[in-house]
Ligand binder design. Structure first.
Ligand SMILES: CC(C)(COP(=O)(O)OP(=O)(O)OC[C@H]1O[C@@H](n2cnc3c(N)ncnc32)[C@H](O)[C@@H]1OP(=O)(O)O)[C@@H](O)C(=O)NCCC(=O)NCCS
Length: 116
């Protein structure tokens, strides 16, 4: 996800509070996502697929799984910080852009959300 940064860059203080999902092939993790549920709102973060396994539908499977779990848990809003160049991808799952933008590590992000 951030291959040019040290591992500590992706660690969050509240990693232990999240639910973490992965897709494995031959015992190796190839795609992952984390979701942090607070009350009736859920943020998903750290969506990434190993480069050689991309464009096979793995991230889509993970997002759909997370949305299904959020629905079961009566979550009302699911959201993420999306890289600007990935917004079309999230739109496939019903997320829409908000007007909250920010820059991190020279990349532009927008908050995207879906009301369930
Ligand atoms: C964004 C990312 C997680 C997507 O992972 P992925 O596993 O490749 O995602 P999918 O395979 O589900 O979908 C990716 C694209 O492949 C397409 N695709 C899926 N299966 C396909 C197939 N069998 N053949 C061709 N294309 C396919 C999807 O339609 C999608 O197209 P789109 O981007 O035009 O909507 C991955 O590119 C990544 O790790 N990027 C670096 C980290 C990153 O940017 N994370 C997101 C931060 S916001």
């Amino acid at each position: 996800m951030w291959p040019d940064f040290p591992l500590d860059f992706v660690k969050l203080k509240n990693d232990g509070d999240g639910k973490h999902f992965g897709i494995f092939t031959n015992g190796k993790i190839v795609s992952c996502i984390s979701v942090f549920i607070e009350s009736d709102s859920a943020q998903f973060r750290k969506l990434a697929t190993q480069p050689e396994y991309q464009r096979k539908g793995y991230a889509a499977l993970l997002i759909k799984h997370v949305i299904q779990i959020c629905r079961q848990m009566q979550v009302k809003r699911i959201w993420c910080n999306a890289r600007i160049d990935k917004t079309h991808f999230y739109e496939n799952f019903g997320l829409t852009k908000t007007n909250e933008f920010f820059i991190k590590a020279d990349l532009e992000f927008v908050v995207m959300e879906c009301i369930l």
